[in-house]
Design a protein around this ligand. Sequence first.
Ligand SMILES: CC(C)CCC[C@@H](C)[C@H]1CC[C@H]2[C@@H]3CC=C4C[C@@H](O[C@@H]5O[C@H](CO)[C@@H](O)[C@H](O)[C@H]5O)CC[C@]4(C)[C@H]3CC[C@]12C
Length: 867
Amino acid sequence: MAAAPVERRSEGTAMAAAAPMERLYEGTAPGRGVAAAGWRLCLAHRFEEPRQPYGAGDVSFRDVLRHVGLALRYFRWWYKKTRIEKKSAFIDLLCAIPLQQIYGCPLGGIGGGTITRGWRGEFCRWQLNPGIYHYGTVIADQFTVCLRCKGQTVYQQVLSVEKPSTLQGWNWGYCGHYAFYHALYPRAWMVYELPGQNVVLTCRQVSPIIPHDYKDSSLPVGVFIWEVENGRDEDVDVSIMFSMQNGMGAKDDKSGGHWNEPFALEKEGERVAGVLLHHCTRVNPFTLAISAREKAGTGVTHLTAFNPAGVGREVWQDLLHDGRLESPPGKSTLTEKGELTAAAVCASCTVPARGHRTLEMALAWDMPCIHFGSKEKLHLRRYTRFFGSGGDAAPALSHYALTHYKEWERKIEAWQNPILENSQLPSWYKSALFNELYFMTDGGTIWVELPPDCCDEDLRGQAAAGMSHLLPVLREYGRFAYLEGQEYRMYNTYDVHFYASFALVMLWPKLQISLQYDIAVTVMNEDVQLRQYLMCGQTAQVKLKNVVPHDIGDPGDEPWQRVNAYLMHDTADWKDLNLKFVLQVYRDYYLTHDSMYLQDMWPVCQAVMESELKFDTDNDGLIENGGFADQTYDAWVVNGASAYCGGLWLAAVCMMCKMAEVLGDAKIRQKYMDILNKGKEAFERKLWNGKYYNYDSSGSHGSNSIMSDQCAGQWFLGACGLDQGEFEVFPKSHIVSALRTIFEKNVMSFAGGTMGAVNGMRPSGEPDTSSVQSNEVWVGVVYALAATMIQEGLVEEGFRTAEGCYRTVWEQLGMAFQTPEAYREKKVYRSLAYMRPLSIWSMQLALERRASQAPAPPQPTQVPNHP
Ligand SMILES: CC(C)CCC[C@@H](C)[C@H]1CC[C@H]2[C@@H]3CC=C4C[C@@H](O[C@@H]5O[C@H](CO)[C@@H](O)[C@H](O)[C@H]5O)CC[C@]4(C)[C@H]3CC[C@]12C
């Protein structure tokens, strides 16, 4: 291999996982402006480990017996839902999405829908209907390059390694050994050497993901900046053609009535031209726009319509002829039922000998008004406040994207560079930190406006009345929701958001505040409808008053309106949800200093803590679990006092004291101080075993398992600076001992220390197989554990722990941009593209905290400058 832009830059605990990349790349070009850190792959790469989604065959006989009731109830529910009602299941255990090791950076801002490109450049994952995914590569969606010298076309190639059965008139099968992909979300680069041409193309893909920005970050656009380097001694005319099918490759692309039209928009001296592809479905119609920026020396041409299911010769020849497209005026006809249509836009320029030029192209999509599955309410997306809701915004969005992407990149660099340039941080971490952020947009994310006429009453009366800032916050920042996972279709699953929320509060704090207001409203409300819960078979109310819901609803139904789509357990009896609300309220206040928020949330915190107090059945100041899987580990039973929920409880009680202090509520402060003092003693007495905190106090076989998440309470306390002095809840020495034990057992004694931390380990050093979740690794829990280690000074251990997950997911298993909830040491994974791994941002918070506390480096002695 020549000079190796694809080399693996790994430090310390290097693993062999990604080594084949180096051997595959045969190019020499470094590309233009490609970031140093990130996730890099040669286009000829193949992932070798074929993993399977968790299936019935992976369950032990003991677990089959344990869950046979659930399985039967689930099957009955699933059959009714999918076969009789013809709807899709919020979790489809019987039809898991097969693993495709193809994904790369998604396009688009927050909550306007996403289109994911694969690392080989394909347009392959679509979330335009809110929260609903369509997986499928659309073959016509391509970039094609045409090179002309002295008036002759010398090279024309689709920049795709595919050899499809449609559009055979095109020149497919680009040799992947001459290109590489590099992702550093929200940007990605593809570097193509054009064999034998002495021309290098670098395509930089940019999405408007800008921390603390609540306008541009909402835009449904992506920009492709093509840097063309001409290594020849003669000028070359270069054209890049961007072709796109009208639709996302789904059934309704053939439903008829779709049409395309060319457009050009000139504003403030900037001209953008392209084609609009109107996708006229009954529900959630949208317009796609492909475009390019016209400027001196850059011409933009188009083809309004072609048949993407045909041979495609007319398109190919058109471009081949003169490096331009025919550019007919006027609209296309409407498609017939069964017919597909596509369009293309082409940007061309002359690149001088040994010179360089840039071509700028954009993809925008405008689906301003959306219905969820129930179609009860019409919602307006966030970006409509800036671009209107008439369905005619695609030209303006394209123009805005092409004239603002430089500013976006400046802001992205100002945010990312201090981290990227920190030589103390390993480069895998830099890749993990930014690339895991993909889920913020590609988590089925939705960001909508509050209807202008929405009042307290609509948010259900008394709930809203107590919160003076509820309406102003929701009006100004809108409503935000993201899925638990692309396969676990529930919005804002709260026990999981607890982990992921660090990313939101650190980067878009107003969205975290808005989400919390939404949760606060649901706390006060109830849903009296009865239903059967699948795990235990009992019937109970959908939602009780004064408890935090599991989730805010299913996009296949009517989220916000009907909460708790999850029907495995009655989560009114879960022990972690209420506590996670209190912990987030204080954490958010600590990070944002938003005292209005704190004031509004205070009565809600008191209400959920009152509900929680009933779980302290023996009045020792510590809650007890109920002998079922009554927390986020929803298939791992806990009985009696537990390290996880007991620890969260004490942390929440501590934060109640702190909040009461801030708000000057002495009575409440005293109440929770008394509970805290009693509870701390009970926690140590019931759970501390001299080395770590036992899983639970039941004395059953698994009760002395080592749980990787046993310090979750301390994680939050440390993140809020509440881990010392008066507020030291857990003795420092115990926390450090527990973390060291987890590192030794759950990390280093599991898969040779290369796969992160297993959820539960027996003291003997065997993974705990007492439940289907105890021998899983949960990536988001591992990142949270790593943050806790860093907070407690075990920095190397923290990085080592987290590195195992990153390398496993991104380098070994080919699960880039679809990090799963869980994997086992061998064979299986569970729930692709999951929310929890966003917890990696808590590692960053811990690192920033440490850096700000570190003593300042000695200053060089100042030599007085005497005249
Ligand atoms: C008789 C059959 C052959 C054997 C069937 C066994 C199965 C019934 C069970 C084996 C594995 C179980 C599933 C494990 C995980 C699940 C996830 C859960 O939802 C969310 O999970 C998060 C934890 O990962 C949690 O934090 C979130 O709050 C939840 O929203 C739902 C249950 C289940 C799918 C579970 C169901 C039963 C098995 C498939």
